[in-house]
Design a protein. Structure first.
Lengths: 206, 206
DNA sequence: CACTTTTATGCAGTTACTGTAATTTTACTG
DNA sequence: CAGTAAAATTACAGTAACTGCATAAAAGTG
């Protein structure tokens, strides 16, 4: 590594074309709507072959949605599993939020995606589906936490873990909508706190 | 109308071909997997043109998933809005469950769909997406209920309604999984009750 | 400068799905 | 029962996303 900014011409070129395609796609989609843009149009605008497009992003929605939500880091998971408190749900939501926050660094791209997902039900659904796909892995983690906190390993513990994960998904989904719709001015952390408080209020008040 | 069992040759034939296509599709999908079956194959097996297939079901997943979850009846909605208790979440879940229960009468088809949805993540996602599409309408209903029960129409009431709907979605999703996976022997109503109790336990215990 | 590995492209093919116009089938009417 | 309107079915042509494969052009390496 000669200089921090480059890691070889190859990598730089790669990043450049990726970025070009991404920007072209988002810009076109913002103008004509997601369904109003063809992959061919994106390719023409970014001057690559269709095959190259699919080599980079795999699918049309892939270029709009961006990289999938990453699994939390091992360290974060470890911390979660051995945390002291009883607020498993809250901790899980925090865990997920942290993982997502370490994603897209680019402000502009992020905002474009946000707008597009918000106005395209199809994309919103896929985004939700992506989160759902993490569930299987999360259940195991939550289960570990429950066991670590001394809960008896009786029947029903798995169900509880599953429900916690599903609930966390709800909270995330709620926050996503809230955040995407731009109704709130709060920063992400506030939105999250409010959401959790709301859940408690609703379920306790019966 | 000459006889209660028929409503004209036209309608009977229609029902017949629809059923033929449906059975062919499910049978083929069970054997080769959802992705392993082409629309052409279904058409050949049920002896209709591809165009007819799409006239009937609109899409490949349409024939597997069956009719979408119906909105609750106006009467049921009315009852929900003016119900006395404070358990809005519980009542909402019951409302949705009732609407779903009045769906598919055919046992065999229902079971086939269940198996296929369970073993095909793609289909599971679409099924969840379908539920999500009801949300917009449900928020209005829940909001009406909150107002009817004397809640001040301050800012935040819409957010509360949204969260209640999202939570209900979670509970339904949890139950769906629980029910589809066949882990439980309980009837749907029991599954539902357990799920609600679980939610309360989790969110109260913090 | 050879030589290997990556990256980009062309091209042909598959699959889901749509619009349209023609053709067949059912229902109705005098 | 002939004649006709309405509905169902079909063929056909086309679009759009996506894949596999073979080949060409860079880029990295000794």
């Amino acid at each position: 590594m000669t200089h921090p900014t480059d890691a070889g011409l190859r990598a730089r070129k790669r990043a450049a074309t990726q970025s070009t395609i991404e920007r072209a796609a988002l810009s076109l989609a913002l103008e004509h709507g997601y369904d109003g843009v063809t992959v061919d149009a994106i390719c023409e605008a970014s001057m690559v072959s269709q095959r190259t497009f699919f080599n980079y992003f795999g699918s049309k929605e892939g270029v709009i949605l961006g990289p999938p939500p990453p699994m939390p880091t091992d360290a974060a998971v470890e911390a979660f599993v051995h945390a002291a408190g009883h607020d498993v749900l809250g901790d899980l939501v925090s865990l997920l939020a942290a993982a997502i926050a370490d994603g897209e660094p680019d402000r502009d791209l992020f905002r474009s995606r946000r707008v597009l997902i918000q106005r395209t039900p199809e994309l919103m659904n896929r985004e939700v589906a992506r989160m759902t796909e993490l569930q299987t892995g999360l259940v195991a983690i939550v289960l570990a936490r429950l066991r670590a906190s001394g809960r008896a390993d009786s029947s029903g513990l798995t169900e509880e873990a599953r429900m916690i994960v599903v609930l966390a998904g709800s909270v995330m989904r709620y926050c996503l909508e809230q955040y995407f719709s731009g109704t709130t001015t709060g920063n992400p952390r506030e939105v999250l706190e409010n959401a959790l408080a709301l859940v408690r209020r609703i379920t306790n008040g019966s």
